[in-house]
Ligand binder design. Structure first.
Ligand code: FMN
Length: 190
């Protein structure tokens, strides 16, 4: 699959299963490789990820349901719980602070760049998984779940949770997406 095809194959897929089309270890290797290949400002490498799977996957989503105290529908959480795993994304704020001290001229930019690089990582992983036939979607239950996730994963206090990406086998096609006139958003000047 070439890169454009891989991008076209990536969609938000919510009907996910625990059965991947390849071994979980291979999917984890794809995620690690995507992290190696994704750029960051000043090459600061502020993005972090934790891949949760197996019994931990079920426990994670049960924990998220509990933190919300029933305010999120059980069926919705169960949809994410049914996935094979979840990639939790973080920014290491210690890295950002160190860069701010080292390059004070750009101090205000580093937190923004860290968010942008985190988004790039999320997209890289999402697309790489899709190219391998693995479905995924992107969730944002942070910051409500931050403390629970920190205790669950044992991540340092400096790791700020930014997104959750359930991934798994695909049980249903993605929803039909409305077309657009992309030239409204992408101009050409020559
Ligand atoms: C930055 C960002 C945040 C998103 N947050 C959520 C989210 O919290 N929950 C969710 O279900 N989808 C979320 N999405 C998925 C978008 O709704 C989805 O990508 C968009 O509607 C286009 O559909 P597609 O992914 O199928 O191409 C997010 C996507 C992006 C890029």
């Amino acid at each position: 699959m070439d890169y454009m095809e891989a991008m076209a194959s990536r969609r938000s897929r919510y009907a996910l299963t625990k059965t991947l089309p390849l071994p979980l270890a291979d999917a984890e290797a794809l995620i690690r490789r995507a992290a190696e290949l994704t750029p960051d400002a000043f090459n600061m490498r502020s993005a972090r990820a934790v891949i949760v799977s197996g019994e931990k996957q079920d426990a994670l989503w049960d924990g998220i349901y509990t933190v919300f105290g029933g305010k999120v529908p059980r069926e919705k959480i169960d949809g994410f719980r049914a996935a094979c795993g979840t990639v939790l994304y973080f920014i290491d704020t210690d890295v950002v602070r160190t860069m701010q001290e080292r390059v004070p001229r750009y101090a205000e930019n580093f937190p923004v760049w860290a968010q942008q690089a985190g988004g790039m990582l999320q997209y890289s992983v999402w697309t790489a998984l899709s190219a391998a036939g693995i479905g995924a979607n992107l969730q944002h239950y942070n910051p409500v779940i931050d403390d629970m996730v920190r205790m669950f994963c044992g991540t340092p206090p400096s790791w700020q949770l930014t997104a959750q990406m359930p991934f798994g086998g695909t049980a249903a096609p993605a929803a039909v997406k409305e077309g657009e006139t992309v030239s409204d958003r992408v101009w050409t000047l020559c």
